[in-house]
Design a protein around this ligand. Structure first.
Ligand code: BG6
Ligand code: MG
Length: 232
């Protein structure tokens, strides 16, 4: 579909922007890594930053499964619950000290610009800790809806989280764009039938429609140009 022209201004068909949280809005990816690394060390599993890429965007239990697979361990469900709770305890200790300084550059400016344009803003995150993080960094008022690990069941790359976010803001998937830093999240957005802008490395996010290093590189004008390029 071509963007509509109104005067000499290109009108976007994008009406909703859905943001992943960890690694897009806030720099929590490092805390997830540190907490998983601590668990891996306790279990004598060699877990590297490269392995950590596979955990991004993936739910807590699915992340634990990946680490246990690396260590070739198969504990029963009760033990797995204990490991996941331990990791979360360490993770929460980090995020409970977060401040607005840890909001990634450009996020607030870009979201405010989108809001001024009447675009609805949602969060689409696998994290059950989303409410605490958003509160700690003082961003509650910027989101029209929050779809997170507390409301969805299926982990990315399943599209459930983004479909749920789109429903919450009342915008059809084809009029939504997702901002994601994880390969699994990019797949989830594509599976939802949404446009996806990768945040981070082109190598890792090659399936996204467009990739920028961070939201500080995004603007309303750039979003319009990206959409135009994709739809022409
Ligand atoms: C995602 C992170 O946003 O949330 C994953 O990218 C994480 O690394 C997942 O495992 C679940 O987070 P939480 O806070 O519910 O353990
Ligand atoms: Mg992420």
């Amino acid at each position: 579909m071509m963007p509509m022209m109104s005067g000499n201004r290109t009108v976007m068909s994008i009406k909703g922007c859905i943001f992943d949280l960890d690694g897009v809005i806030v720099d929590t990816a490092k805390y997830h890594f540190l907490a998983w690394k601590r668990l891996a060390e306790k279990l004598k599993i060699n877990f590297t930053e490269k392995d950590n890429e596979r955990l991004k965007g993936v739910s807590r239990m699915a992340s634990l499964d990946i680490i246990l697979e690396i260590g070739n361990m198969k504990p029963d469900d009760k033990i797995k619950e204990e490991y996941a709770a331990l990791k979360n305890k360490w993770y929460v200790a980090y995020i409970s000290k977060m401040t607005p300084d840890e909001i990634l550059p450009g996020s607030i400016r870009f979201i405010n610009d989108l809001r001024k344009e009447g675009i609805k803003i949602a969060l689409g995150s696998a994290s059950k800790n989303t409410p605490m993080i958003i509160r700690r960094v003082g961003m509650e008022i910027l989101f029209d809806a929050i779809a997170d690990g507390n409301v969805v069941k299926k982990a990315k790359p399943d599209p459930e989280v983004f479909i749920t976010a789109a429903k919450m803001i009342g915008i059809p998937p084809e009029e939504c764009v997702v901002f994601e830093d994880a390969a699994a999240g990019v797949e989830a957005a594509l599976n939802a039938g949404m446009m996806c802008i990768g945040i981070g490395s082109e190598k890792i996010l090659s399936n996204a429609h467009f990739v920028v290093p961070g939201l500080n590189e995004m603007s309303l004008q750039k979003l319009k140009e990206i959409e135009k390029g994709i739809r022409l």
